[in-house]
Design a protein around this ligand. Sequence first.
Ligand code: NAD
Ligand code: TYD
Length: 337
Amino acid sequence: MKIFVTGGAGFIGSNFIHYWLREHARDEVVNFDALTYAGNLENLRGAEGNKRYRFIKGDITDAAAVARAMAGSDTVVHFAAETHVDRSILGPTVFVQTNVVGTQVLLDAALAAKVQRFHHISTDEVFGQLMLGTNEAFREDTPYRPRNPYSATKAAADHLVRAYHTTYGLPVTVSNTANNFGPYMFPEKLIPLAITNLLEGKPVPIYGDGKYVRDWLYVDDHCRAIDLILEKGKTGETYCIGGLTQDVSNLEVVKKIIALLGANESAIQFVKDRPAHDRRYAIDWSKAERELGYQPAHSFDEWLGKTVAWYQKNTAWWQRVKSGEYRDYYRRQYENR
Ligand code: NAD
Ligand code: TYD
């Protein structure tokens, strides 16, 4: 198989490339990535030098570059996106360009290249929010109710992907996935932000009352789920993929990290809430379990411990990431909150 991965220099994409080269000894991987602030080729040390891996710098909104790079690939796995909700609130335009227009450009290229599968990575955030104190969970047939620019653009992309299946017969699959965490996650997102701020002796900002709930999925479990979808998933189908958390609030997540690091809870700093902050996410992944045999490998606590240890060990990686553009973003996002 020759896989064309978009956004492979980001958090999940780079983990996926390491996973795929390790688990599929004969396959070739092309990584097509524009290297925005979130793209980092350091995530791919270890893959570089592998004859089955090739990096091409390019933008998914550039139709000619996409067509050239995709030629000869039989499978597309599409991760490339603008991904941070807070940034989408500060400036939505690039989210529409990359997440909506970029996806449509890729779909056209995939049709022209006659790929055997186009797998689109999406998020549970397209479903909107659930309320606290209920047992409700998102399923494949949950109506779309996105509430912020990031999730609205991901929702638009999902609709386009499905429309290319029904209209043009493109063999697509879609996964709507919970919040991921693990190595190489950009420290603008809650878990790596909390770990690295604590390692630097800085406060950890918690939005609002901290009683917001996410479903947490370890990135390797996600990569295995994508592998299962490529192997056993039916074209035209959607799969919801979640982890093993049961309503752990943001405040509890941060307290767990503080305990793992032996830090002090006085580092917690409640700050002004995010606008349109979704209260609770939970995923019912029983379809993926039933049809694909998907199961997360370990508990949230076990994976969280491994993640904290990775950031403790890879200080140089996140210290470099937290310089430059990051500082400017952090100031814009957190000052006066
Ligand atoms: P990320 O922000 O870490 O990485 C995104 C990557 O896409 C970067 O390497 C960036 O350079 C690249 N990119 C951005 N714009 C591009 C463009 N125009 N052309 C080419 N490349 C471009 O993202 P992530 O957290 O790894 O998320 C990957 C995918 O998974 C996204 O589609 C996201 O919506 C989805 N997802 C993420 C999570 C999560 O918790 N991180 C959860 C569910 C779904
Ligand atoms: P985030 O990692 O940005 O993912 P998403 O918004 O896509 O779910 O945020 C996870 C949760 O943590 C979310 O409820 C917002 C909250 N949060 C904070 O409380 N403080 C922060 O500094 C950040 C970045 C997020």
